[in-house]
Write a protein that binds this ligand. Sequence first.
Ligand SMILES: CC(C)(COP(=O)(O)OP(=O)(O)OC[C@H]1O[C@@H](n2cnc3c(N)ncnc32)[C@H](O)[C@@H]1OP(=O)(O)O)[C@@H](O)C(=O)NCCC(=O)NCCS
Length: 196
Amino acid sequence: MYAITVDDRLQLKVLDPDKDVEESFAVLQKNMPYVEVFLPWMKDRTIEKDKKDMQDALDKFNNGLGSEMGIFEKEVAAEYENKNSWKFIGWCGIIRVKKENPQDAYAELSYWLDKDYWGQGIVTKCMQKLIEFAFTNLELNKLQLTTDNRNQKSLAVARRLNFKLTDIKVTKKLCPEEDLSKLEVHMLNKNDWLSQ
Ligand SMILES: CC(C)(COP(=O)(O)OP(=O)(O)OC[C@H]1O[C@@H](n2cnc3c(N)ncnc32)[C@H](O)[C@@H]1OP(=O)(O)O)[C@@H](O)C(=O)NCCC(=O)NCCS
């Protein structure tokens, strides 16, 4: 499967529906209390649905219409044994690709990380690689990152990646305890990314 090296410890890899689904499903279920707060549509997943979505994501990747990848950490013991053994620790994706108008070719970014790995800059580092992939391999011109305005950790990721706030949308009940949610829409243009 296609993989992007992030650094000595991390890689992004296109998920294999036959090999990766059990591990990724288990990590997602362990993290559901943190993930479902801001991604509530994730909570009713089953392993069968994950496998189907993984196959759809693989088809889209093979057709240049997106990139959904697992975030994998090299297992420490494997280094001593000199073999590559990678542990699934999160997910990131280039989704909802729209390329009808090539000048305006656009997609959204999304991500979640195993709570045990928060606070180390892992998602920021992985998204830098995914953004590079989006602008160089998928011929996109704009990337969007939409985040609930109470999701301080995700807003901080958007800021670190130099996304600009372009809109605030009010939507019905994304968070269970609130009637309305405010979603901040952040954008990054290819030209701004190139000039960084
Ligand atoms: C959003 C989410 C992925 C952010 O995780 P995160 O660990 O805070 O993000 P990063 O991996 O970029 O790490 C940033 C943190 O590492 C620290 N850090 C350490 N080294 C760093 C480095 N080299 N570069 C950047 N940050 C670094 C930062 O200071 C920051 O810590 P802080 O939160 O204490 O200020 C995580 O909270 C999550 O999975 N949430 C649930 C799902 C979700 O909300 N997804 C987004 C929906 S839009």
